[in-house]
Design a protein around this ligand. Structure first.
Ligand code: ACO
Length: 428
């Protein structure tokens, strides 16, 4: 196979190197094209542009493959746990027993946040969206740990910032929720595992004992694993690009949370429940809504169905469906919204329109259902996604730094007015 590609323009020919990845993915390297020819490439939304070489996550949407550091998502979801997967993503290898114990111990030790953060939290009105609160609290860590601002920090200091992020995000997330409902915050319980501690901080009420159900903790842990990384998506690219200016890791992750917030990215799971609620309000006729989704004159789409990258199946959806069934069985929940979800899923999977277009339920369809069954309010769904995505963002930020990547700075094709003379306001 040739290791160069040729581009001809206006009678001139330019030779461009071709790069191959470890899974045989090919890319034409255009980094020097402008210098050679004065031409740039144009690709709005970066749909066909590789921004980096990365050794973290491999996905093949046609074959339904997702691997973290070479390990299949199915194996990790079944046999591993979120903290072990986080270690793998961040450090590149699975930990041995003592590395794993140290990692868990360090994260457990840093779950508490500075008391003054409660004052910042208290400044938010209860209507504040928890994603805005979460990103603000993460960014506030730059004030509590000003050392983190130094771009020349040692690996040891960087590691401390990483541990703090992993440890404190569940506390921030639970506190953002408590602020919303007007309840006193719960402090972390370091005797508990990562997910049970989070659930307790979310749901324990004063003067009541709370113990997280192990089935629920396990389902949540699995959900976090499934969301832990998805290569160069909108929020991950944001984290890398903000970090490329040598802004602190806290500022970079806070920016990632903001990028995740939108309904076209992390907000899709919220849209699923909103759609199910609308169907219920309308009398629960799933066939009517399926027909609406198929009607080309109707803009309605079945939320939680289809995926830009996965065209045969989303490997995460397969795993999460089982977790959703386990949680619903365990909790014995009688919720008309969940009944509608099941009916819709069955009807769509058996419908030729959806079969022909390879439209299957995606990870957001089931994650929304699980979060609802766990009693997590709809506007906290994207916060849950952020909790899961954190180790991926950290790993990508670290890789960007270790590779010494240049500051992210795309170019543009200018299409505005050409040079014109300024006229004073009285003459316009
Ligand atoms: N409901 C009904 N029809 C659909 C749906 C849907 N959810 N998704 C795609 N289609 C149809 C399209 O109308 C189109 O039909 P046509 O060929 O007759 O014109 C065909 O399927 C292909 O659709 P595209 O829009 O070309 O597919 P694309 O890959 O661009 O879109 C997307 C993928 C955006 C996810 C889309 O399926 C969708 O809007 N789904 C609902 C929103 C959703 O669940 N988003 C979350 C994605 S998962 C994630 O981001 C973590």
């Amino acid at each position: 196979m040739s290791d160069t590609a040729k581009l001809s323009y206006n009678g001139k020919e330019f030779e461009l190197p071709v790069t191959e990845g470890s899974e045989n993915e090919l890319a034409i390297d255009i980094a020097k094209l402008r210098g050679q020819s004065g031409i740039i490439t144009l690709d709005p939304g970066f749909k066909n542009t590789g921004s980096t070489k990365s050794a973290i996550t491999f996905l093949d949407g046609e074959k339904g493959i997702l691997r973290y550091r070479g390990y299949n998502i199915e194996d990790l979801a079944e046999k591993s746990n979120f903290l072990e997967v986080s270690y793998l993503l961040i450090n590149g290898e699975l930990p041995n027993k003592s590395q794993y114990d140290n990692f868990c111990q360090e994260i457990t030790m840093h779950t508490l946040v500075h008391e003054d953060i409660k004052k910042i939290l208290g400044g938010f009105p209860s209507v504040a969206h928890p994603m805005g609160v979460l990103s603000s609290l993460i960014c506030s860590l730059t004030a509590f740990y000003p050392n983190s601002l130094d771009p020349n920090n040692s690996d040891k200091e960087i590691n401390l910032s990483i541990v703090r992020l992993m440890a404190k995000l569940p506390t921030f997330a639970a506190w953002a929720y408590k602020n919303k409902v007007g309840h006193p915050v719960n402090y972390p319980d370091n005797k508990l595992d990562y997910c049970s501690n989070f659930l307790k901080m979310m749901f324990a009420l004063p003067a009541e004992t709370y113990e997280a159900d192990p089935v629920i903790s396990k389902a949540l842990d699995q959900l976090l694993i499934l969301h832990a990384d998805h290569e160069q998506n909108c929020s991950t690219s944001t984290v890398r690009i903000v970090g490329s200016s040598q802004a602190s890791i806290y500022a970079s992750i806070s920016a990632g949370v903001n990028a995740l917030w939108g309904p076209l990215h992390g907000g899709a799971n919220q849209s699923v429940i909103e759609m199910l609620e609308a169907i219920k309000e309308d009398g629960g006729n799933t066939k009517k809504w399926l027909d609406k989704a198929k009607d080309k004159n109707d803009p309605f789409r079945l939320m939680g169905f289809g995926h830009r990258v996965y065209k045969n199946f989303d490997p995460r959806a397969k795993i999460i469906k089982k977790a959703a069934d386990d949680v619903l069985d365990k909790l014995g929940i009688d919720d008309p919204i969940l009944e509608i979800a099941k009916e819709l899923e069955e009807a769509a999977l058996g419908d030729q329109y959806f079969v022909d277009r390879k439209l299957y339920p995606n990870v957001d369809f089931y994650s929304g259902i699980i979060y609802r069954a766990l009693g997590i309010p709809t506007d906290m769904f994207t916060v849950m996604f952020a909790l899961g995505r954190l180790p991926g963002w950290i790993a990508q930020w670290k890789e960007m730094r270790e590779n010494n990547e240049p500051i992210g700075r795309p170019r543009q094709i200018y299409v505005g007015a050409t040079k014109r003379d300024y006229k004073e306001i009285s003459k316009r």
